[in-house]
Write a protein that binds this ligand. Structure first.
Ligand code: NOJ
Length: 525
């Protein structure tokens, strides 16, 4: 793909499916590929261009699929290869593209490679696929460096050698069941290239690359600054991530995908410095990078505007369009983030932010359930929590389960059409009747109806609007910009403001006599 060619993903709305939570077709209480197939019509009607499926490969499910034991097969929990082929075929028939999740930074500890590494001694070729190191201190009793795991606790686990003695340590940036691969080993790349071709040959339209900014580790694995290593977060300058050698790896992944037409590589890149971010999407590297600035921004006008400007600047001079995301399966849902304890206001704000986001140039990622305005579920009982973060953090961080509750489709009680079983993998709240797809579809003013309409308007009004965002006001609580023929106005203040003259094409909530209430966005042409 050349830098200037217009690609299908250039201004796409990409819908993220967390397969466990989307729809369940075999009534075991866990979503699956059959569930995805059964809802393709819904996705088509929503107006999105593509779906990104979180991992569905074989996995012991310690981290719900981000611990892969066979990257070239489907986990039986989700279905089988024929089921995946059917999803691809039917999605394509609907005009929808399908992206899969690739997990190159680590494998499951039940991957045959890791099992072989445990059986083989120190210094063996099997160990050299991972990051095994002798410990420090007397008898090697201390970890090789001070790195913490993103899930809490140390990033190293000591093994028992085949002869029964205490032995080497291996690195895992996430759970101990997710050993990190050594990307300086050529075999690791060869295997990933095989995985990519395996899925691309079946018709997959591209990949989201998990922990794309963490695949390369600094030489010698030096200690990091301990104050930067808090659970579920990595900042810039963190020794564990964003190492320069990663770019060479990405160029090689790009060469593989360039063997195919029209496919896309999207990196998960938790890097805030615009110049460092830009390197990931420079010529010959990834087509797109997840930009989390808006997701990490508080609901405040200056912060929103700064996040937007920084995001636009970061990709200037690169072949990549900007990307936007308000939430995903790793963070609290925006309804709750924007107004903790006040779901009504949070919902208004989330709708306003979504309509603003849809007016921006580039790619919009929409996390399943965000189109319904689902809140985070923060009152899950301790004994149902499943995210490894809960245990690993010593019960100090409740983890990400609250953002992963199954979706409500219809009916008046759990499981709301998500499954035929009431025993869903995470319990669903008793008060979600009004949030279901069915209830919202019947309501012209619902979150879902407004979202559908906004996506349609984005395609109709903004497809050829270019990448410029022209801010119309200097400061204050109202964000106002022109893009193409659309003027987008978001009122983040506490008082109503006048709606600009013109035709109202979309609104995130009800308007009052020609004025734009607080926490509301409107598009005018
Ligand atoms: C990022 C994924 O989004 C997250 O869910 C996962 O736990 C980690 N990478 C580890 O694979």
């Amino acid at each position: 793909m050349t830098a200037n060619a217009r690609s299908w993903w250039q201004d796409a709305v990409i819908y993220q499916i967390y397969p466990r939570s989307f729809a369940d077709s075999d009534d075991d209480g866990i979503g699956d590929l059959g569930g995805v197939r059964s809802r393709l019509g819904y996705l088509k009607a929503l107006g999105i261009d593509a779906v990104w499926l979180c991992p569905v490969m074989r996995s012991p499910m310690i981290d719900h699929g981000y611990d892969v034991s066979d990257p070239r097969d489907i986990d039986p929990l989700f279905g089988d290869l024929a089921g995946m082929d059917a999803v691809l075929e039917e999605a394509h028939d609907h005009g929808l593209r399908v992206l899969m999740d690739l997990v190159p930074n680590h494998t499951s500890n039940q991957h045959p490679w890791f099992e072989e590494a445990l059986r083989s001694g120190p210094g063996s070729p099997a160990r050299a696929r991972y990051l095994f190191r002798p410990g420090k201190g007397e008898g090697g009793a201390e970890p090789p460096n001070n790195w913490a795991s993103i899930f809490g606790g140390p990033a190293w686990t000591r093994i028992t050698e085949p002869d029964g003695s205490l032995g080497e340590w291996y690195l895992h940036l996430f759970a101990p069941e997710q050993p990190d691969l050594d990307w300086t080993n050529p075999e690791v790349f060869t295997d990933l290239a095989e995985t990519m071709r395996f899925w691309l040959d079946r018709g997959v339209d591209g990949f989201r690359i998990d922990v794309a900014h963490g695949m390369a580790k600094p030489e010698g694995l030096p200690d990091g600054d301990p104050t930067t290593m808090t659970p579920l977060y990595n900042g810039d300058g963190d020794a564990r991530f964003d190492h320069d050698d990663v770019h060479d790896l990405h160029r090689r992944l790009r060469d593989v995908i360039d063997e195919y037409e029209d496919r896309v590589l999207i990196g998960e890149i938790w890097v805030r410095d615009p110049r460092r971010f830009a390197r990931y999407v420079s010529e010959g590297e990834l087509h797109l990078g997840f930009n989390f600035l808006l997701l990490e921004t508080n609901y405040r006008p200056t912060e929103f505007r700064t996040a937007i400007d920084k995001s636009l600047t970061a990709v200037q001079g690169t072949p990549a369009p900007p990307t936007w995301t308000l939430s995903n399966h790793d963070v609290a849902r925006e309804v709750t983030r924007y107004s903790p304890g006040d779901p009504e206001r949070g919902t208004l704000r989330a709708a306003a932010a979504l309509l603003l986001e849809l007016a921006l140039p580039g790619v919009v990622f929409l996390y399943n359930g965000a189109e319904l305005g689902l809140p985070n579920v923060d009152d899950l009982p301790d004994d149902v929590l499943q995210d490894p973060v809960w245990e690993r953090s010593g019960h100090t961080d409740r983890g990400r389960d609250g953002a992963r509750i199954p979706l409500p489709w219809w009916g008046t009680e759990p499981p709301y059409g998500f499954s035929g079983s009431p025993d869903t993998w995470l319990p669903m709240p008793a008060d979600w009747t009004g949030l279901s797809v069915q209830a919202q579809s019947a309501d012209p003013g619902s979150f879902l109806t407004r979202c559908r309409h906004a996506i349609r308007m984005r395609h109709e009004l903004l497809r050829d609007a270019g990448t410029d965002v022209e801010w119309l006001d200097g400061s204050g609580p109202v964000l106002r910009f022109q893009r193409g023929k659309v003027q987008c106005v978001m009122n983040m203040g506490t008082e109503p403001v006048a709606v600009p003259e013109g035709r109202i094409m979309a609104a995130s909530g009800p308007l009052e006599d020609g004025s734009l209430p607080p926490d509301t966005t409107v598009w005018v042409v």
